[in-house]
Design a binder for this molecule. Structure first.
Ligand SMILES: [Zn+2]
Length: 284
């Protein structure tokens, strides 16, 4: 039964890592969307500013044309004023001159305001352009990272599934089924080490009779409280495999090396490993 428990623990370790990998895959679309959003906002800000500058320039050109026309009108007006010979017409032409002067002043003021606005807008362009370049660089970098992480996660899940199938097929089908059922109920949280009659996951004390039965190690037993598969952590003839902590071994572990690990490991399973995910406190 210890061999089976070892295999279960190894499968659970794999499943936990697969869950982490799955999380990477699940989170990827949202990350990509937010990345796209950031870049398109930066592009839009830059484009909007450029459009404002262009529009302003068009307005300025129109104003320049208007001022040229008003200048021509002023010259025409002066010429006419010299030719007028009756007072009534003279007054009317004079009035016309006032209107031309007034409109010229308005257009000049407007032109000045536009020039100032153009200066303000133009000053904003270089920092915004720089921000866009930085955002684009970040985008390229983060996009590559997300895609690489996605590929790594998919790859890991595929390899781990093969590894899991191999581990499952190395034990009795009925036991494998039991494990898979428990795992479907509580993915990655199937196993419960028992020490000193206490479930180290849910911290409940199991009845003495149950503990004695468990110590016989001849069948699969569930914790009466958390319903995980129990195993006697301190079995004298055996130490359960430790969950690998090194991230760099993620996905690289072959079935062979896993099996070797089971045989070689003499260290006890660290209680903290389990409790980190399942319960808050730790008691050795
Ligand atoms: Zn329990």
């Amino acid at each position: 039964m210890q061999e089976v428990i070892s295999t279960f623990i190894n499968i659970q370790t794999l499943e936990r890592k697969m869950l982490e990998a799955q999380k990477v895959l699940d989170e990827a679309p949202e990350k990509l969307e937010s990345l796209e959003g950031r870049l398109s906002r930066a592009k839009k800000d830059f484009q909007d500013l450029k459009t404002s500058i262009d529009n302003n320039l068009t307005l300025q050109k129109t104003l320049e044309q208007d001022l040229i026309k008003l200048g021509e009108m002023k010259i025409g007006h002066k010429a006419r004023l010299t030719k007028v010979d009756d007072e009534k017409t003279y007054k009317a032409v004079l009035k016309e001159g006032e209107t031309i002067a007034k409109r010229t002043k308005e257009k000049e003021d407007e032109s000045l305001t536009l020039m100032e606005l153009q200066d303000t807008l133009t000053a904003k362009l270089p920092p915004l352009e720089e921000a866009l370049i930085i955002t684009q660089k970040d985008y390229d970098k983060e996009m590559a990272e997300i895609l690489a992480a996605k590929e790594k996660a998919s790859d890991f899940i595929r390899k781990s599934n093969e590894e899991k199938d191999a581990l499952l097929s190395s034990i009795e089908p009925k036991l494998a089924e039991q494990y898979l059922y428990a795992s479907s109920m509580r993915p990655g949280q199937v196993m419960a080490p028992i020490a000193d009659s206490t479930c180290l996951i849910c911290r409940i004390s199991i009845p003495p009779q149950l503990f004695i039965e468990l110590q016989r190690n001849d069948k699969i037993m569930l914790c009466p409280n958390c319903h995980r598969i129990m195993y006697w952590r301190d079995h004298p003839a055996w130490a359960p495999p430790e969950e690998p902590k090194d991230e760099s071994t993620l996905g690289e572990d072959s079935l062979m090396s896993q099996k070797k690990e089971i045989k070689n490991k003499t260290q006890d399973l660290g209680e903290e490993d389990w409790q980190l995910q399942d319960v808050g406190s730790s008691k050795k």
